[in-house]
Design a protein around this ligand. Sequence first.
Ligand SMILES: NC(=O)NC1=NC(=O)NC1=O
Length: 172
Amino acid sequence: LSIAEVNQLPFEEFIQIFGNVVEHCSLCAAAVWRNCPFSNIQNLSSAFNEFMDNLPMIGKEGILRLHPDLAGRLAMAGALTQESTKEQASAGLGNMSTDEREKMSRLNSQYKEKFGFPFVICARQNKKEAILKGLEERLNNSMDQETLTGVDEVKKICYLRLLDIVDKNSKL
Ligand SMILES: NC(=O)NC1=NC(=O)NC1=O
């Protein structure tokens, strides 16, 4: 889509197209729509980022809680959204050894036990080794730190999903 076409979308179509650029959180798109018209993809991406930044901590935690685990139960059951399925596959999470899978599952459980929301990282920018390393390192962070770090990763995931939809070079 060109940015001009994005700006022409009625609300319902905007939600159909952008409703999952933040995983399972169409509220973000519903809020961002009001900032139409957008001058380019960066401007659209900033609108999503600002909405997320302006949420209270409890709202940020809610965005993280809406994310599926990496290589978790849903992934094993093939029950991920299209976007998540592609992203998790691109990180090589589909072909982990038994040891890697057990380690990922154990660390994910520890992480969720400590923070109350899943470990979130942009899987398109991290292979499985970096994801396991990130999990181990970030486990030592504080709740507030991890809430903000997780949202930063959601912003990266969101931008890459926008790139799949909106022509990067189109501008008003
Ligand atoms: N828990 C997660 O980090 N989930 C995900 N990261 C991605 O990039 N795609 C996901 O589904």
